[in-house]
Design a protein around this ligand. Structure first.
Ligand code: BTN
Length: 260
């Protein structure tokens, strides 16, 4: 990482590289507390030993195989109810980055964003995002964007996961160049959002959404049901049509029943 040079204005210019750490999101929290968390600072490790995922889950990544990193942003142009806009910008950036390696023409559009911010290839998870915001009454002060992407890892405890290398059946891919590219896509979408791109980004997010307008099985509040994702509301809750009625779900309220 000593020659790390993303072609960006600010994102990734301040790099904190740790050969090993428990969680890059936790390190980013500490950096903010120590007042060293400049806008666009990134924290990268080769070996994350206690990675955290959504819903209190852990995030497993074999050492030196995958991208595990966090970005500190200061999106104070967003008010607290607009948090999902940042989620969409980041999800689109990661999706476009992965498309460089898994182009939609070659892979028949199998790369999708699973609501709210998982990256899926077919029915398998290839990456996840954990965004942790600190908010005041009027804005988002600090955002820690944790990104875990499966790049070179070939074996997974969870058979619902895959990696770029497993899909391409290729040799090992160099991570440094990839992280530079990822910073460039993140900055592109972040600045587009800052410059008023939220309507366009919502449209793109919906176009790239896993299971959109398809009928599938879900589970919520102890009940399995069949429904069709129709969109998201203004705060990013998922809208599913069930028996001709739109039901709206918050993040921890609904799960997708994915079969392989
Ligand atoms: C998910 O559950 O899908 C989100 C996974 C997020 C994992 C990344 S890896 C880098 C950063 N540090 C963490 O502890 N978690 C995130």
């Amino acid at each position: 990482m000593n020659n790390f040079k993303p072609k960006t204005l600010f994102l990734g210019k301040n790099l904190i590289y740790l050969p090993s750490c428990h969680s890059t999101n936790d390190i980013a929290h500490e950096i903010i507390q120590n007042k060293q968390g400049f806008d666009g600072t990134i924290v990268i490790t080769d070996n994350q030993t206690a990675g955290r995922g959504q819903r209190g889950n852990s995030w497993e990544a074999q050492p030196n195989q995958n991208i595990t990193f966090s970005v500190i942003l200061k999106p104070n142009f967003l008010i607290p109810t607009q948090q999902f806009q940042l989620n969409m910008a980041v999800s689109l950036a990661v999706k476009e980055f992965l498309s460089v390696y898994l182009p939609s023409e070659k892979f028949s559009n199998q790369l999708k964003i699973k609501w709210p911010n998982d990256l899926y290839f077919g029915n398998k998870k290839i990456g996840g995002i954990l965004i942790e915001n600190s908010i005041s009454a009027s804005s988002i002060n600090n955002s820690i964007i944790g990104i875990g992407l499966n790049i070179n890892q070939l074996g997974f405890n969870d058979n619902k996961a895959t990696s770029i290398r497993a899909i391409l059946n290729s040799n090992e891919i160099s991570l440094q160049k990839m992280i530079e590219e990822l910073c460039e896509f993140l900055e592109k979408y972040y600045l587009q959002l800052k410059n008023g791109g939220q309507i366009l980004q919502k449209k793109m997010y919906l176009e790239n959404l896993f299971w959109i307008n398809e009928t599938h099985q879900f589970t919520a509040f102890g009940e399995d049901f069949s429904g069709t994702i129709k969109g998201i509301n203004e705060v990013g809750m998922l809208e599913i049509e069930v028996n001709n009625t739109i039901r709206t779900f918050g993040f921890k309220e609904v799960s997708f029943l994915i079969t392989n």
